[in-house]
Design a protein around this ligand. Structure first.
Ligand SMILES: [Zn+2]
Ligand SMILES: [Zn+2]
Length: 237
């Protein structure tokens, strides 16, 4: 109820107040916090593997996915993990600048909607933001994936479930580990709080690097009978 009131208030305010670009602060006209010049500097993630969004011929699976298929079935990445996408993510995550969530959510929803063609099978029934461990959540005060995931959910009219899965084990920050150790660090670290009762979910995260976190989360859902898992990420490293 509180969230609905807050969303409603933000919606109303955004119609009255001028829309400033969150990156360069000039008055912007595009309605989601970026001027057209800053938006044109974002590098769309193209020529990517349909399954893991790693480098590949567009529309096909990369060699790695063909030889070792991940637990998730599709990945949609909006942008390459380069400037200015990195600034948006860092300001949300490390500076707690929640205005970035609105911009990131709008951009990701817009990007994903181009992949969600008319067929109903493409639409997940539930959006799952990648959870933080309770200790990290308390230190940071928010989960960035919930913050911009909420905007994606509203834009695409798909429910967001921020409490269906928890991080049951504290893990080391993936960023600090060599790629080889990332998988072992997160495997088995997620736990569902109740049966998922759906066949198709999309996992929401800000950045996908090795894909190990999303893989561990996807395995958790697959082991509970979820048939299809997509990953929707704002940026792909
Ligand atoms: Zn700008
Ligand atoms: Zn791949």
């Amino acid at each position: 109820m509180k969230i609905k009131l807050y969303d409603c208030l933000i919606n109303k305010l955004s119609k009255i107040l001028p829309d400033y670009c969150v990156l360069c602060t000039t008055t912007s006209a595009n309605g989601h916090g970026l001027c057209s010049e800053c938006e044109s500097r974002l590098l769309p993630s193209t020529d990517r593997c349909v399954r893991c969004a790693g480098e590949a011929v567009a529309g096909y699976e990369c060699g790695r996915c063909q030889s070792h298929p991940p637990a998730f079935d599709r990945t949609v990445a909006a942008f390459n993990y380069r400037e200015p996408a990195t600034t948006l993510i860092h300001r949300l995550k490390f500076n707690g600048d929640l205005a970035m969530a609105r911009t990131m959510g709008h951009l990701l929803a817009h990007h994903v909607s181009r992949h969600l063609d008319a067929s109903v099978q493409q639409r997940p029934q539930l959006l799952i933001p990648v959870p933080l461990h309770r200790g990290k959540m308390m230190r940071r005060g928010f989960n960035q994936s919930i913050e911009f995931g909420r905007v994606v959910a509203r834009q695409l009219d798909i429910p967001l479930s921020p409490d269906l899965v928890i991080r049951s084990r504290r893990t080391r920050t993936q960023r600090t580990l060599p790629l080889k150790e990332r998988r072992a660090n997160v495997v088995g670290s997620f736990k569902l709080t109740r049966p998922p009762q759906c066949q198709h979910v999309a996992l929401i995260d800000d950045v996908m690097t090795s894909g190990a976190t999303l893989e561990a989360l996807a395995q958790t859902f697959k082991s509970q009978g979820v048939e299809r898992i997509d990953c929707w990420v704002f940026a792909r490293a």
